[in-house]
Design a protein around this ligand. Structure first.
Ligand SMILES: NC(=O)c1ccc[n+]([C@@H]2O[C@H](COP(=O)([O-])OP(=O)(O)OC[C@H]3O[C@@H](n4cnc5c(N)ncnc54)[C@H](O)[C@@H]3O)[C@@H](O)[C@H]2O)c1
Length: 338
């Protein structure tokens, strides 16, 4: 196979695990990343896992000239687009930065792709586009609504992709709606790198377990769920990475379709269930307080995975125990930047 998959944001959390999965599936990968939320060291870690260091270009997706040069000097067959900003709270404080990075950046990238005649595109969307669920499990035809600027950027890019596909039916586009990616590569060599206070539960819990933070605050103990805490569909990042390989293969062959699929496990776990699973994995007690609900949080959310199974022939296989074991291994690994 001599054509290359361009992976924007490929040195980040999900992009790096997907690069590993792509290389192991026989693809050549070129990462494009501005390193605003990742490290160059990821490249040598990927090489340790797969035996091959992916290509790398340090560039911003909003820099059309740099993008055009990449397409001119490489035979790019498809683009997987992970690059973007992802912190919900920050998006409320800095909406322009989020629209510029996530929406304008995607438009720049698609424009350069069109000029280069590369029309296979896999997009990192999010279950956040479903807003507050009207019914569970969430099917892909559930109405969409955004409750914050970050979610709105995902919704807008989904719409841009739909318009583009309607205008030019030769695009092969996958819109992948991730649920809650957690865990790390089982080697302990790559994983999540939260900067500042983690926004997500698992890295926060891991930092409490390792002693870097004193206690976990659980937002809301009075939701209409089995134990009163919020329920989410956690998916191991390596399962998610395999879902991308399956989506790419599907895109390579699909006809007359704009693919939209959920990537989740189809199972919900509460915050307390997750905390107890992490206590088992780490053999450390997790001190926590249950405090008031956080504005914008929903009670429960999990995926209907029928489409992913039927169309992609893919389903997540890793358990909550494996998610916690691998996150903990990464947390305490020498040389980890967790
Ligand atoms: N992690 C999650 O919980 C989650 C859930 C749903 C969707 N997503 C989406 O998946 C994608 C990847 O998420 P992640 O968790 O790996 O995040 P991440 O921050 O670890 O990775 C994103 C990467 O993109 C790079 N980047 C950001 N802006 C860029 C720009 N303008 N030009 C070039 N590179 C840029 C960053 O340096 C980073 O390496 C994002 O689009 C995110 O919104 C993530």
């Amino acid at each position: 196979m001599n054509s290359t998959i361009l992976v924007t944001g490929g040195s980040g959390f999900i992009g790096s695990h997907t690069t590993v999965a792509l290389q192991q599936a026989g693809y050549r990968v070129l990462i494009l990343d501005n390193l605003c939320n990742s490290r160059l060291e990821v490249l040598s870690r990927i090489k340790k896992i797969t035996g091959t260091e992916p290509g790398f270009v340090k560039a911003d997706i909003r820099d059309s000239k740099a993008l055009a040069a990449v397409f001119q000097s490489n035979r790019i067959a498809a683009v997987m687009h992970f690059a973007g900003l992802k912190a919900v709270g920050e998006s409320n404080q800095q909406p322009l930065q989020y629209y510029d990075n996530n929406v304008n950046g995607s438009v720049q990238l698609l424009t350069v792709m069109k000029q280069a005649g590369v029309k296979v595109f896999v997009f990192s969307s999010s279950a956040t586009v479903y807003g507050d669920p009207q019914r569970l499990p969430l099917t892909e035809d559930h109405p969409r609504s955004a409750t914050n600027p970050y979610g709105h950027t995902k919704l807008v890019v989904e719409d841009i992709l739909e318009s583009l596909y309607k205008a030019e039916g030769d695009w092969r586009i996958a819109r992948l709606r991730y649920f809650n990616p957690v865990g790390a590569h089982p080697s302990g060599l790559i994983g999540e790198a939260p900067q500042g206070t983690p926004n997500n539960l698992m890295p926060y819990v891991a930092q409490v377990a390792v002693g870097a933070r004193p206690r976990l605050q659980i937002f809301g103990g009075d939701y209409n769920t089995a134990d009163g805490t919020g329920v989410r569909d956690y998916i191991h990042v390596t399962d998610l990475a395999q879902g991308h390989v399956a989506a790419l293969r599907y895109c390579e062959q699909m006809q007359d379709e704009l693919l939209t699929v959920n990537l989740g496990t189809g199972k919900g776990y509460s915050v307390l269930e997750m905390v107890h699973a992490f206590e088992q994995a780490s053999s450390k007690p997790i001190a926590y307080d249950i405090v008031g609900r956080r504005a914008g949080d929903i009670a429960a959310c999990w995926a209907d995975t029928t489409q992913a199974e039927r169309k992609l022939g893919w389903r997540a296989s890793k358990s909550i125990k494996e998610m916690c074991d691998d996150a903990w291994r990464w947390q305490v690994a020498p040389g980890s930047w967790a």
